[in-house]
Design a protein around this ligand. Structure first.
Ligand SMILES: [Zn+2]
Length: 180
């Protein structure tokens, strides 16, 4: 028995020494898979709780807020989702901000769902969403700046910089957005 223990211990340390890279890769792959799995598919009956529109026809604009009690809301764009995120009770009297568990936004180029606080948002571009001017999410700053220059965007924002005042400006804007 003793004879076996030494090779087993050696094998364990050798594996630990060479394994971390594979392990890290595996972890990040798992994380991506989980985020994809976390998205709850929108049905044809789902309406945006903010504007009342059906969400299903606007697949590439879909955003989603999931709550700790396993319920969720899907939206037809960033602006509507941000409205509820900022003031949940206004649109769903059963919810407060602390009930929010997860917010997913969709990368405009790859269509992958990513967490809201990981995304870079282009504002003021010439690409319109179902509700007019939009905040357009990207998972990398590089893609956000490519989009910004291709589509006359004004700025790249992080989620914490989005507020009701900005949403009002986007709603009021006609042909172009004025952020001043
Ligand atoms: Zn909406």
């Amino acid at each position: 028995m003793k004879k076996l223990i030494f090779p087993i211990i050696t094998l364990f340390f050798v594996t630990m020494f060479f394994a971390p890279d594979t392990y890290a890769l595996d972890l990040s792959r798992k994380k991506k898979q989980t985020e994809r799995k976390l998205y709850i598919t929108v049905t044809k009956k789902d309406r945006c709780p903010v504007c009342g529109m059906f969400v299903h026809p606007y697949q590439k604009w879909i955003t989603q807020i999931q709550f700790k009690d396993s319920s969720h809301h899907s939206f037809d764009g960033m602006k509507c989702m941000c409205r509820l995120y900022i003031d949940p009770e206004k649109y769903d009297t059963t919810k407060i901000k602390q009930d929010i568990k997860l917010v997913l936004v969709r990368d405009y180029y790859t269509l992958k769902f990513i967490r809201h606080d990981k995304a870079f948002y282009v504002v003021g571009s010439d690409v319109f969403g179902p509700m007019g001017h939009e905040l357009i999410p990207f998972s990398t700053e590089k893609n956000a700046s490519t989009f910004l220059s291709d589509h006359n965007g004004l700025k790249i924002l992080r989620f914490h910089e989005i507020n009701a005042e900005l949403l009002d400006k986007l709603d009021k804007a006609e042909k172009t957005v004025n952020l001043d």
